[in-house]
Design a protein around this ligand. Sequence first.
Ligand code: PHE
Length: 339
Amino acid sequence: MALADFLADLDSLLTSANAAFAAAADSDSLEVARVEFLGAKSGRLKTVQQGLGKIDKPDKPAAGKKLNEVKKAITAAFEQAQQNLSAGGGEDAGDDGFDPTLPGRRARLGHIHPITQTIEQLKEIMGRLGFSVAEGPEVEDKWHNFDALNIPPIHPARSELDNFYLATAEKAAGEPMLLRSQTSTVQIRVMEKTPPPVRIISLGRVYRPDTADATHYPMFHQIEGLMVDRGVTMADLKSVLRLFASSFLGGDVHIRFRPSFFPFTEPSVEVDISWQGGWMEMGGAGMIDPNVLRAVGYDPDEVTGFAFGLGVERICMSRHQVTDIREFYRNDVRFLEQF
Ligand code: PHE
């Protein structure tokens, strides 16, 4: 057989194979075309290939080379046609490739941030104990953040290094202003405008220039509690905090009170909660100092009260075994999705 004829057969085979694969409108007709051209027993490529044996010896390398090229090209054309079909390019699809019969993409639904969830739950629990919710501003003056809370003028808690003082707000107000470092400010604001008895909680952000680590962040949330009435004692404080902790964290939660000091409570305690096999400080509490009651116009001989201020992030960490407070603020959906 002449080399030229063999080569011409290969060329026309490739042309018809290309046309047949491109014309296949679904996988059934593509399969028919595949068997016709690439079928192992009697495919047309096989048939043409048999001509190779009749080619003169010196022409064999050239013929073999061409045969391989055409084989590759036909196989490639078949695979391309297969891909086009599975990509939705078949007869079901319009020219723009849009297939209205494919299932839609589910919209990703967000949900409430774990800290907001915790805040809502804490409000719920304290509401059942008769505490209503009060609010106060995040930008505060020194009276509400320090003076009325019995924090003396030379106290280190007022330091420029331990607070975010706000130069612009100070200009506008004509006195030093700062981002509140504690929600105890709300105790003062509530007592200033409400005669006793009061029973409130306040939940919100507080700011301290702390270096962020596993349990600290320069902004965090506190839940402040305040109860003032005739005959309120430390026993009330402890029962409320225990009830609060067991309602939110489960009956087997351990909390511990350690003697401590705050200028606005006497006596004062620090409240710890079991976490990661040890203890984590939740915040402070105590009986309201008579000086504070006097500063808001209450009579310390008539009424007594307790207050507490706990970290919301830490309460949430204890509940959900979160090991790093920074996770709450990284906006990593893989973390947030778990709540
Ligand atoms: N305000 C205190 C703090 O932020 C906590 C506290 C609140 C202590 C109420 C006693 C009473 O550390």
